[in-house]
Design a protein around this ligand. Sequence first.
Ligand code: M6R
Length: 604
Amino acid sequence: MCGIVGYAGHRDALPRLASGLSNLEYRGYDSAGVALREGDDVTVYKTVGEVSELRASLPESSEATVGIGHTRWSTHGEPTDTNAHPHTDCTGDVAVVHNGIIDNYDALKEDLEATGHTFASQTDTEVVPHLVEDELADGASAKEAFAAVVERLEGSFALAMVVGDSEEIFLARQDSPLCVGHGDDETFVGSDVTAFLEYAREVTYLENGDVAVVTPDGVTVEHDGEPVERGVEQIEWEADAAEKGGYDHYMLKEIHEQPQALRQTLSGRVDEMQGTVDLDLELPEEYLRSLEEIQIVACGTSYHAGLYAAKLLEEHADVRVTVHVASEYEFKGGRDPWRTLVVAVTQSGETAETLGALRDAARTGARTLAVTNTVGSSVTRTADETLYIRAGPEIGVAATKTFVSQVATLALFAVHVGRQRDALSATEASEILGDVRGLPGAVQQALDADAGVRAVAEEYADSEAFFFIGRRLGHPVALEGALKLKEISYDHAEGFPAGELKHGPLALVTDQTPVLAVLTEGARPDATLNSVKEAESRGAPVIGCHSAGHGEKFIDAAFDIPDLGEMEPLVANVYMQLFAYHVANLKGRAIDKPRNLAKSVTVE
Ligand code: M6R
């Protein structure tokens, strides 16, 4: 989920690429670069840091009329000058920028190194120019070389390439967006239209499996080796709307990005048939087998993800798990602290209390693991090891797509630990992995039902308070649903374990307090229904997020969830996010920057 820009025309490419990169930087990136084709040479400028730093290092103008550029959100390798894109081959004549993840890069890199290629970076991307170099050396044209290499790639990618002896830009798209802007005698490339909006208002969107060639006159597209027409659309958005992909708020955009974020989270990590996962972790099998306890430390939404994960780990990995609000954490590792694994869950990787808890644990001798979205963040430098959730940048203060990616990542971790500890058979693991892999599609179904959620939000937006209930895996989702609503709508919202309703909160329940209930597999729906009935009999409207057979007769508004085992409550969470969003939007709240809150809380 980085940013790509490209230019092929008759004017100076440099200022156009630079302004495209600035336009893409709204999402917050960690490094940037451009490759210019000048004469028959390719010149690369790149640097860690913001686009402004790159721009300061660029010449004022260039002779180049063809070029590509990139803003990076790291997934493989720290944010450094050498890991910044574009990446080049051994000759420096082939330059490539890439969004997404190349799953099979390890094997490709090994082969390339064995035949003498030298790699400069730690990225997955760099295999592409080296593979192209080999094809060119075998006599292929640039277009043939590029198409042959794309065939060999597994994973998700949007790729753009320039080579020294061609005036074209070569593109490929697989599960990562890429579009082409048609200007006046010039053609642009973008990972989204913001890359070229000030120069071009007509756009061609590439589709999965497309390979395309861009010239100043336009774009030609092939699919499965056959030419195809992709059509041209008019862009109606202004820059601000375009940055949000046409959504009114980043939060809504990020809610809708969840299927794509999940695909990135899972990409290359799951072997459903074998019931195994590959998380690229160094935690040795004997260590995991001798593990006595896992302690999860986190704040806010990440804490809720930790609660969800704890239940999966206990169930599937047969290990004791405790979850701690980081600000309340005190490490107790017993006589053998090394046999306690402390897992810090943090989207930003910079939350002061989570970092403090992790440092305390490390000081006392525990082994530590960071689960984060942010490559190179402080937590990755503090923990012994890091597991990335790969959700892509999140701008809205309210965490949305990162929650589901955190839980999905930790679900894979639970399967990994369970398999290593012989707590889970291959068949059981396959079943869980099948459910996890079903998440992107199931989340998409919930997103497609947004109009219904909005209608329910309109009906109940002016309520006195909102209560969220759920059991087992439904409990962290109830807490998360309430946090989301209070954070962005400023309404009173509370989440409870459903069984606790009758031990106090029921006194607050009236016909003015809607109750949102998680009625799914993994959330003890039958028991939760008792609480639903208690609330209904006090006049409370009940909004049920339910899977088939769980409670539709008892609820005033129902959101359907497909059959997905223990992942079902995560789909309930998507409905709750949409509900919170619409309630807040109806009240005109500052959704992306709610009052008093910051995206990253770096002070205790
Ligand atoms: O970056 P982190 O995951 O460590 O952040 C933790 C919390 O500050 C964060 O989840 C916060 O609760 C969100 N604003 C919730 O939407």
